[in-house]
Every structure is written in structure tokens, then in C-alpha cells.
Design a protein around this ligand. Structure first.
Ligand code: CU
Length: 172
């Protein structure tokens, strides 16, 4: 039984390393959305943001989502936004490593908490270890192979390995 547990633990460790996470969609502020009175530094705690992940801002359109510089973020300076949106539903895809800063452009809102700094890590969460092929015939024969299909195939293969592993240990 100890051997079985050890074998399964080993398999689970392998699963954790081999199967990558798909891109994550983060709703800023969760159910609170993008508004005053929320501490977004608390919201980012414990979250790992990677290239390919996205941030969804939900808010009434008297707020704005302004991407700003580090200094404008620190000082709550409005009017110099790199990008700005007030559609009420803004999705920002994280495309580069580093820290990206957002504030609300409405007067006084940044000082009332509408400021968000997200540290983006360089590791992409959409890259899998099994998508790359050097065989041109193989790649052209499956042009519609999606990341989901790849992940599913990987999981299926590992599931078979797990079953074989259990069968093996049950022999003893
Ligand atoms: Cu606002």
C-alpha cells in the first residue's frame, strides 16, 4: 500500500509539472468589480499573473480604466493615460512581463482606492510542452489542433499511465 501511494504521488507530481495551466481570466475586484473603496493591492495578493492571462474590469461608465506609468500610479496623476477605456467592460490581456499600472481617471477615485498594479511574470501560461512539432507533414495535417485538444491528449495519456501504474502495484 505504501508503494501504491508512493507511485500515485509520483504520478501526481508529474501531472503537476507536465500539464500547464491555461490562460487565466481575472475579474478585477472579483464581485466588487472596479470601484472605489476596494483595496486592489489586497486583491492581487496570492495571485500569479502571467503573459497571456487577462484582466476583466467591470464598472459603471463614470469610472475609467486608465493604463498609466508607475509614477502616475504612485501620485494618482490623471490625464497622461497610455490607454484609457470607459466602456464599462474592459478586458486587458497581459502581453509583457513587468508591472502594469491602472487607475481610474475620474477625479478623486484613484485616491479612493481605484489603483491597481499587476506584476506580470515572464512565464507564459498558454505554452504547453506538447504543442511543438518539427514534422511539417504532421503539423499541416492537424492545422486546427487547439491548446485544449493538446492538454486533453496530455491528460488522457497520463491517465493511462496512472491506470497502468495502479495495475502494476496491485500485482504485488
Ligand atoms: Cu472611478
Amino acid at each position: 500500500m505504501a508503494s501504491l501511494s508512493a507511485g500515485m504521488t509520483c504520478i501526481l507530481l508529474v501531472l503537476g509539472m507536465v500539464v500547464p495551466g491555461l490562460a487565466t481570466v481575472y475579474t478585477v475586484g472579483d464581485t466588487s468589480g472596479w470601484t472605489t473603496g476596494v483595496d486592489y493591492s489586497t486583491w492581487t495578493q496570492g495571485k500569479t499573473f502571467k503573459i497571456g492571462d487577462s484582466l476583466v474590469f467591470n464598472y459603471p461608465s463614470f469610472h475609467t480604466v486608465d493604463e498609466v506609468s508607475s509614477s502616475d500610479y504612485s501620485t494618482c496623476t490623471v490625464g497622461n493615460a497610455i490607454r484609457s477605456d470607459n466602456s464599462g467592460a474592459t478586458t486587458v490581456t497581459l502581453k509583457a512581463a513587468g508591472t502594469i499600472y491602472f487607475i481610474c481617471g475620474a477625479t478623486g477615485h484613484c485616491a479612493n482606492g481605484m489603483k491597481l498594479a499587476v506584476k506580470v511574470e515572464s512565464g507564459s501560461s498558454t505554452t504547453t510542452t506538447t504543442t511543438t512539432t518539427t514534422n511539417p507533414d504532421l503539423s499541416s495535417s492537424s492545422p486546427n489542433r487547439s491548446p485544449f485538444a493538446t492538454v486533453f491528449t496530455t491528460w488522457a495519456a497520463l491517465f493511462v499511465i496512472l491506470i497502468v501504474n495502479i495495475s502494476f502495484w496491485q500485482e504485488f
